[in-house]
Design a protein around this ligand. Structure first.
Ligand code: SF4
Length: 256
């Protein structure tokens, strides 16, 4: 009995990422998305979510590409997933969010990108009409006002490595001012995908420099929770799903 209780308390979450489509309206320098899949149909997405439930997944991340560009209604899909009991997260670049997004009852957590507190530097890595940084600040503020849980994701590259401490300080202040940051996810650059592969040499950071930076952040990151993602496609706790040629499949794990 005791073993059972302990197991249920500490049962690791089973996380599924549904890659709704590969398309995006941004061209970030390190984008790891492959264009080997296609937009999933609404019915296939519904069936997949039902199967995930039967297979004991408890967290669903709606991603892409950019999920708000999915030709069906991503918020309606989130509503369906919530009706089955999923903890629903969305990974979005936040450029196409509808009016009132911050009050949506169907999204439990927002996963949002921020590479630097420096406008020019961020916008030089993440390309959207040279104003993505400004959009992010507005979205972060709106979510803070609604006490919405967020994950901030940051890819570390040669360009922003010297700005990470400033970014950490900014996020700590956001938290102190009433923000609800569940975690700061710091990603290692990967040599994959439509941009990551071709820009890898230019953005590359030696492993030791990355590890030293992480060690430096860890010293002062409290009360923020820092999560280091060295290979997001290799995690045995997170599975990625996408559709290709009308078939929905779990994507194979990738090792560096
Ligand atoms: S990394 Fe950038 S280009 Fe790639 S899907 Fe995300 S927002 Fe779009």
């Amino acid at each position: 009995m005791m073993d059972h209780v302990i197991e249920s308390i500490f049962k690791p979450q089973k996380v599924a990422v549904l890659m709704l489509l590969p398309e995006c309206n941004m061209t970030c320098d390190f984008c790891v998305i492959e264009e080997t899949f296609e937009a999933i149909s609404y019915l296939d997405a519904i069936e997949l979510i039902q199967d995930l439930k039967k297979n004991n997944y408890d967290t669903l991340i709606l991603g892409g590409g950019e999920p708000t560009l999915w030709p069906h209604d991503v918020f309606k899909l989130a509503e369906f997933a919530k009706s089955l009991g999923f903890f629903v997260q969305i990974g979005t670049n936040a450029t196409k969010l509808p009016e009132g997004f911050e009050t949506s009852p169907y999204i439990d957590r927002w996963i949002l990108p921020l590479e630097s507190v420096n406008f020019d530097l961020h916008n030089d890595i993440r390309h959207f009409k040279n104003r993505h940084h400004q959009i992010m600040l507005t979205v972060l503020e709106k979510l803070k006002n609604e006490n919405k849980s967020i994950i901030v994701s940051t890819v570390v590259t040669q360009k922003n490595k010297d700005e990470l401490v400033l970014l950490m300080d900014f996020l700590k202040k956001y938290q102190l001012d009433g923000g609800n940051i569940y975690a700061w996810n710091v990603y290692k650059l990967l040599p994959w995908g439509r941009s990551g592969e071709k820009n890898y040499k230019e953005l590359y950071l030696e492993d030791q420099i990355f590890e030293d930076l992480i060690a430096q952040l860890k010293k002062n990151v409290n009360p923020l929770k820092l999560t280091v993602r060295r290979n997001m496609y290799g995690s045995d706790r997170v599975d990625f799903f996408s559709s290709a040629h009308g078939l929905v499949k779990k994507m194979p794990k990738k090792n560096l």
